[in-house]
Structures are given as structure tokens and as C-alpha cells.
Design a protein around this ligand. Structure first.
Ligand code: UT7
Length: 321
């Protein structure tokens, strides 16, 4: 029996035009460029224009990924979008994206795993492709987190930004994706949430991000190490085999702590948090696209993607590029 695998054949990303610096925030908020840089490594973030929704950012990132892959959208067999900031309650952002790409027929759905969303979506796509049923799959992480922030809460609003990243996967006989462990623990739901919903035409609860930053920090560092080791063990590889580590871009100190635990120098870690801030499900594909396009990631290398976020959810994708 033929074994099927998935391989990334094109990446793309998109950042909204408008940038907001730490100094811009400090003009209206009790914060400072120094505090934000020191505690998070963030210098600026991109913020979507009023008319831009998650599907608009997803469209631009997808078009770039399809162009890099050298295939047209009508050859896609499945579209998966990871987002926690969908255009509307329904239809899914994936269906809206499909229409904007000008195609129809193939299944399209959203994955909701907050900052682990892209890793969850990529693992899901890999499983579909291993069945042999799908040949080309588009996986996107797209967020407009600026819409769910309390812009008067200095403890959270300085941390996030908007953006989208996408990959096109192709079925093949060699991997590709070597391991994709995923996890969740809903008992930690309260430490990072947007506790609001739509009920009877009204908003019920508070639909703005709230977080216990210290608890999230500790949890993130712990599970990012654990799940990376799990992916390596599944693939029969060692820490020293990792050529590039791309963790979810939440805070430079989380990236540094994870790299240290994995015995990697920061030169092996792709970092965009300084310029993008935390773009939730978009952060990993944004960083991946940057490192592919600037030539750091080369064919044959081992790349470890890692997500961690609300839920709590976490996971890793180990790729032979
Ligand atoms: O995708 C996952 C989502 N989230 C994360 O990954 C975030 C994980 N957590 C973190 O990155 C960090 O915990 C934060 C960056 C959120 C906070 O850093 P910290 O070093 O843990 O600071 P802290 O929360 O202990 O706050 C220290 C002080 C406090 O003042 P007092 O009580 O010491 O007087 C805060 O009120 O810093 C204050 N503070 C600020 N000061 C200036 C909090 N936010 C700000 C701010 N500007 N923006």
C-alpha cells in the first residue's frame, strides 16, 4: 500500500499597512517603549484598517502562497483557516476566503485553537493528506486581534497585532511533516480568554481579551519544551537535529527560555515578535514565510514549528523541509 505524506510547497504572508509603535501607545496609555521592549521584545505591531477583516488578510497571504507554490486556487482540494477573530459568527472565514479566491466545491472550514491555531490546522491538513484523498491543501492563520483588545488595558493591548500567513501543501511519497503532536487542557481556560458571546442579538459577557500573564508565561515555557521533545522522539531525532525553531511569537523571553531548554542558540530561532508582536494563529506562518523567503530555511533542513495558546492548547510540527 502506498504511504502518503504532505510537504509544504509554497508560503505567503500579509501584514496590514498601518504600524503602531510602542511610542504611539505610550502617547495615550500609561506605558513606555522601554517597559514593552524589556518585558516582551516588541517594538511595533501592524493593525488592520477598519475595512479589513481576517478573510482579507488571509486572501493576500493565500495568493502569495499559491504563487510561490506555482498552482492556481482551483487546484486546491481543501481550505483550512485558523482564526479566533473570524469575520462573523458564520459562515466560516474559510468559506469567505474560498469565495474571495474565486473557487468553489472543495471543503473549507475554520479551526479554533487561538495561538496554537496554525499548528492545529497544519496537523489536521496532514492527517487529511495521509488518507490519500487530497492532493493540494491551503492552510492559513489569519487574525485581527486588534478587534478583541481592551485598548485601555496596558497589561494586554501592547502585546498583540494583526496579520496572516499561509502555506500550500502537496501530497507526496516522502515526508514533509515528520511529527505533529497536539494537546489541550481545558482546565486552564480561565488564564487566557475572551469571555463573551452573542445571545439574543446582544453581546453577553465581556468580549475582550483577558489574561493572567504570569500563569500563561510559565505554562507556555513548560509545554513548548515538552511538545518539542515529543515531536523529536516521534521522528527519532535529537535536539541537535533542529536547524530552525519557530515558536509562537508571544514574547521574546518565552522564545529565549524555550531555546535554552532545547539547547539551541538564538541564531537558530526565527524571531518576528519585535516587529509583528503576537498575531496569535498568524504568528508561526508569518515567521515561517519570512525565513523561507530570505533563504534561511533550505531544503533538507529540520524545522520545528510550535504553538501555544488559549484553551489551553499546544502542539508542534516537525518538518523536513
Ligand atoms: O499567546 C499567548 C498569549 N500571551 C502571552 O504569551 C503572554 C505571556 N505573558 C507575558 O508575556 C508577560 O507575563 C507579560 C509581558 C504580560 C507581563 O510581563 P511581567 O514581567 O510578567 O510583568 P508583570 O505582569 O509582573 O507586571 C509587572 C509590572 C506591574 O506593575 P507593579 O504591580 O509591579 O507595580 C504591572 O502593572 O508592570 C506593570 N505593567 C506595565 N507597565 C508598563 C503591566 N503592563 C505594563 C505596560 N507598561 N504595558
Amino acid at each position: 500500500m502506498t504511504a502518503f505524506h504532505s510537504r509544504i510547497i509554497g508560503t505567503g504572508s500579509y501584514l496590514p499597512e498601518k504600524t503602531v509603535t510602542n511610542a504611539d501607545l505610550a502617547a495615550t496609555l500609561d506605558t513606555s517603549d522601554e517597559w514593552i521592549r524589556q518585558r516582551t521584545g516588541i517594538c511595533q505591531r501592524h493593525i488592520a484598517a477598519e475595512h479589513e477583516n481576517a478573510s482579507d488578510l488571509a486572501l493576500k497571504a493565500s495568493q502569495r502562497a499559491l504563487e510561490a507554490a506555482g498552482i492556481s486556487a482551483d487546484r486546491l482540494d481543501l481550505i483550512i483557516v485558523a482564526t479566533s477573530t473570524p469575520d462573523m459568527v458564520f459562515p466560516s472565514t474559510a468559506c469567505i476566503l474560498q469565495a474571495k479566491l474565486g473557487v468553489r466545491g472543495m471543503p473549507a472550514f475554520d479551526v479554533q485553537a487561538v495561538c496554537s491555531g496554525f499548528v492545529y490546522a497544519l496537523a489536521t491538513a496532514d492527517q487529511f493528506m495521509r488518507s490519500g484523498r487530497y492532493e493540494h491543501v491551503l492552510v492559513v492563520g489569519a487574525e485581527v486581534f486588534s478587534r478583541i483588545l481592551d485598548w485601555e488595558d496596558r497589561g494586554t493591548c501592547v502585546l498583540f497585532g494583526d496579520g496572516a500567513g499561509a502555506v500550500v501543501l502537496e501530497r507526496g511519497s516522502t515526508p514533509g511533516i515528520l511529527a505533529a503532536p497536539l494537546h489541550a487542557d481545558g482546565s486552564h481556560a480561565g488564564i487566557l480568554s475572551v469571555p463573551g458571546s452573542v445571545c439574543g442579538g446582544k453581546i453577553s459577557g465581556r468580549p475582550l481579551l483577558q489574561m493572567d500573564g504570569t500563569a500563561v508565561f510559565k505554562f507556555a515555557v513548560k509545554v513548548l519544551e515538552e511538545v518539542a521533545l515529543e515531536a523529536l522522539a516521534e521522528a527519532g531525532l535529537q535536539k541537535s537535529d533542529i536547524d530552525w525553531l519557530i515558536p509562537h511569537q508571544a514574547n521574546i523571553r518565552i522564545l529565549q527560555a524555550t531555546a535554552k531548554k532545547l539547547g539551541l542558540s538564538m541564531e537558530r530561532v526565527i524571531t518576528t515578535v519585535d516587529r509583528h508582536a503576537n498575531t496569535s494563529a498568524a504568528s508561526v506562518p508569518l515567521a515561517l514565510d519570512e525565513a523561507v523567503r530570505d533563504g534561511r530555511i533550505k531544503r533538507g533542513q529540520h524545522v520545528m514549528l510550535e504553538g501555544v495558546g488559549g484553551g489551553f492548547t499546544w502542539g508542534a510540527i516537525l518538518i523536513k523541509w
